[in-house]
Design a protein around this ligand. Structure first.
Ligand code: SF4
Length: 232
């Protein structure tokens, strides 16, 4: 299988009834600023090259962001922040992300999320996280030959990713590493042949940014550490 084939299969997924309703409802009601948009209203695949050395694992698409544009982190303030920081690091071809086909290309980094459909209040349930896990596991398997570092944005993504990494043969420290901004966990594959650096960053959600729990500079620092570890 290829990442393209994975993405093509993903967009047809309807496994979570609550999220299927929510993503489609957002596309019917729309937000006033986007009335002339035909919302994507389907699962949003990861974005970036299939041979990425760095993965960014977020939370879930926003109802009027990725769920509208059909591209990860595209069309909402959190994404504006992330792409501006990736551009500053030379990992994105432009600092803005508006729509599919806007010319944005990523270098060496792929952005994905543990839940691929927009959830109410940006809060997926643990059952939805678990239902979506095989997609993340498959994507991580496909990236594995080139992957050197993962930046996880937020505790939800951290909790979702750890079991995926464990199942893929990465030896996780015990007790399980705790999420935090700046968390840094070097992992070795159980057979000793591979290395992966796991990094934690607070999520650039509107609330985290407006309360200055996290700043663009703080997120940029973690992304830079990921890029360095990934050799980018
Ligand atoms: Fe499918 Fe994941 Fe969307 Fe659930 S969240 S419907 S598992 S793509």
């Amino acid at each position: 299988g290829s990442v393209d084939a994975l993405d093509a299969a993903l967009v047809g997924c309807r496994a979570c009834p609550r999220l299927v309703r929510w993503r489609e409802e957002a596309g019917r009601v729309k937000r006033r600023a986007y009335l002339d948009w035909t919302y994507w209203a389907r699962p949003v695949p990861g974005y970036g090259p299939p041979d990425a050395a760095l993965a960014v694992v977020a939370l879930a698409p926003a109802a009027h962001g990725g769920n509208r544009t059909g591209r990860m982190f595209t069309g909402d303030p959190s994404g504006d922040l992330i792409y501006a920081e990736l551009y500053a690091l030379g990992l994105a071809s432009q600092p803005t992300a508006v729509a599919r086909g806007d010319g944005l290309a990523l270098r060496g980094v792929r952005i994905t999320s543990p839940v691929h459909c927009a959830p109410p209040d940006n809060k997926p349930t643990t059952a939805e996280r678990d239902t979506c896990r095989p997609w993340l596991a498959h994507e991580m398997d496909l990236l594995r030959p080139t992957l050197r570092a993962v930046v996880v944005l937020g505790g939800f993504g951290w909790q979702a990713l750890l079991p995926v990494l464990a199942a893929a043969g990465w030896a996780l420290p015990r007790p399980r590493p705790v999420f935090g901004h700046g968390a840094r966990v070097p992992l070795r594959s159980a057979d000793g042949t591979g290395e992966l650096l796991l990094l934690g960053s607070y999520h650039p959600s509107r609330r985290n940014v407006s309360t200055r729990t996290v700043t663009p500079a703080m997120i940029g620092e973690v992304l830079r550490a990921g890029a360095v570890a990934a050799g980018l």
